[in-house]
Design a protein. Sequence first.
Length: 132
Amino acid sequence: NDQVLSKSEIRLLDKINSKIKIEPYFDNDIVYSQGDQAEEIFFLFHGEVLFYKDVSDIIDMREVVRMEAAFNIPFASYSTGSYFGDNDAILNKNGQRAYTCVCQQDSQLYSIKTPVLNEILLRYKTIKNLMT
């Protein structure tokens, strides 16, 4: 079911265009780290990112060091056309990133600050429906 944006929604997107940050990342660049403040969400224009969870705070590190195991566990990957960071920025009550996000190849990301996105989602149900 394809949804088409209305003229008012297109005008809104034109207005916020100046608030969207476009940034290139390279293979192995860290987009954000676990514990960082979650102030924006990201749209993956092209590329791939991998998410890691630092488990050092929940595992007895003496055992891990003895086993020479990694502290960061990879668990999710997103590719071109995906968006991410919304759970941390909007839903996470402590406002911190729950995971570390690392580019797996050269990528281009668009980001938007959470307050701007929240305003859009409140005012424009079509856009909210596209994202949920």
